[in-house]
Design a binder for this molecule. Sequence first.
Ligand code: FES
Length: 199
Amino acid sequence: MSEPEKKVALTTTEAGVATETSVAGGASVATEADGATQSEETEQTEAMPSKAPEEMHRRAFIYGLAAMAGCGYAAAIGYPVYRYLASPVEKAATAAAVNEISLPKADELPKGSALMFKFGTAPALLIHHADDTWSAMSAVCTHLACTVQYEADQNRIYCGCHSGVYDPKTGANVAGPPPRPLTLFKVTVHPGSVTVTRG
Ligand code: FES
């Protein structure tokens, strides 16, 4: 069955009220709308598109401000933490890069004695031998990295961890488990100081 044809008729009353009448299948429905109501609806419909972009801009601005504030806050907290964590690493790298050190008054070291000092980050030995010669070397055992000692009475460098023995003039490994000699440094004696240089 085909749907009955819908008929619409508009009439105007004396009070200016437009009446719409639709007739379908014998029944009739009537709606009323005056000119003022239609005008308000039209204004609302036209005003909406202009408010939406304004609201979007306002929200974007607020989000932008919030993001900037968040970044600033993170930087304010993060940078000191970064400096705190990074500084020991930087200091260690700087210390390890030391190639020369001057030891004040080390020229007064008595013959047959040694001075332990820190060369960069590692311990080292300066030895003034009985024959008035000098030597300097790393004090880190080449076996398992214990710190070695100069023993004047036996004229040797000794590692107490596993009884490793080194020659006090050349640093050569002469007994025990150390697999390599101690690293030897260059010594220059000045009036008032001794300079020790790597390589
Ligand atoms: S660590 Fe020096 S002998 Fe083992």
